[in-house]
Design a protein around this ligand. Structure first.
Ligand code: NAD
Length: 320
């Protein structure tokens, strides 16, 4: 199969490419390298099993050349920073909504039949029952990022209904793991690297969410796609439990060895406007396909903290 991975140089995209190439697929990566890192996929580019089209998916003319001869699109490129929407109000519209239109419209013109889309738990908004099942509605997101994911889902389902493409929409929990370049664990480690004596935590630390290890996430995507064959397939992808931000701070302090760091909370029930303090996805539908995760939330957090500390060489740096 020839797969197009938008955002393939990013955190989740690069892990997905490892799996796709591992099973023998040919991969085209479409990425503008804004938050991605070529090093994550360099070995595949060097081997000739992946090719890079450097382009911006907000520009239709950049998408077109990458779509030729593609069997399946994995659409992951987007602005990864939910908080940015509190300052810049059209980023998610451009990088999420317009960009997703460019992808599905280009698929229609090139007769590409299948898309898998990286959506998010944040589409459910903050009043959803926990754990939240896929059939919860109405979905009323409270961030501009969430609105763009919901718009992307709507565009994709309308292209399924109108033009007969097949789609897999995956609503991810918080995905963490090696090569992470953003998110709470990454932020905490970098804060401690700057100042090992204190760790500032946004909010009161009681925010509670589920965390899924990135290898589990990409394995779940490919497993579900091999089992489920409806025209439109909607799945939550997450783990069995949650972890609080307070617990994450404690684990990061412990794993970095910054035992004397004082953990200081900025207060308030959420990290920033538009943040959802408590989220947990119902994963019964994912489990019913026969797939289960290897890591629970806390195991994934510990594994990620250790991996990111190693990746940025924190211990070596602190000992010099
Ligand atoms: P990431 O920032 O590591 O990857 C995004 C990639 O897209 C990067 O390589 C970036 O360079 C590229 N990109 C961004 N804008 C682009 C544009 N206009 N044109 C071309 N390329 C562009 O982020 P990630 O965590 O790997 O997220 C991948 C997808 O999963 C995103 O759609 C994100 O919204 C979604 N998601 C992530 C999480 C999570 O916890 N990481 C949770 C829910 C959903």
């Amino acid at each position: 199969m020839r797969a197009l991975v938008t955002g393939g140089a990013g955190f989740i995209g690069s892990h997905l490419i490892d799996r796709l190439i591992g099973r023998g697929d040919e991969v085209v990566v479409l990425d503008n390298l804004s938050s991605g890192n070529l090093e994550f996929i360099q070995a595949h580019l060097d081997s000739g099993k992946a090719t890079l089209v450097e382009g911006d998916i907000t520009r239709f003319e950049d998408v077109e050349p990458a779509m030729k001869g593609i069997d399946c699109v994995f659409h992951l490129a987007a602005n990864p920073d939910i908080r940015l929407g509190t300052r810049v109000t059209d980023t998610d519209l451009q990088q999420g909504t317009i960009a997703t239109y460019n992808i599905v419209e280009s698929m229609r013109l090139h007769d590409v039949k299948t898309i898998a889309f990286a959506s998010s738990s944040v589409v459910y908004g903050e009043d959803a029952p926990l754990p939240t099942p896929e059939n919860h509605g109405p979905c009323l997101p409270i961030s501009l990022y969430g609105a763009s994911k919901q718009a992307g889902e709507g565009l994709i389902s309308s292209f399924v209904g109108t033009f007969g493409i097949q789609a897999y929409i995956f609503r991810f929990a918080n995905i963490i793991g090696t090569r992470g370049t953003h998110g709470v664990i990454f932020d905490f480690i970098h804060k401690l690297k700057k100042d090992p004596s204190r760790l500032e935590v946004l909010g009161n630390g009681r925010q509670e969410k589920s965390y899924m290890e990135v290898g589990d996430c990409v394995d779940a995507i490919l497993h579900v796609m091999s089992i489920s064959d409806a025209p439109l397939n909607l799945y939550n992808l997450g783990s069995h439990d949650t972890a609080s931000v307070r617990r994450i701070a404690e684990i990061v302090v412990e794993t970095t060895g910054c035992h004397d760091a004082s953990i200081e909370y900025t207060g308030g029930d959420r990290g920033w406007a538009g943040d959802i303090p408590r989220a947990m996805l119902g994963i019964e539908k994912m489990l019913s396909t026969g797939f289960d995760v290897r890591y629970n939330s806390e195991e994934a957090i510990r594994h990620t903290a250790l991996a990111l500390i190693e990746e940025i060489g924190l211990h070596e740096e602190m000992n010099t």
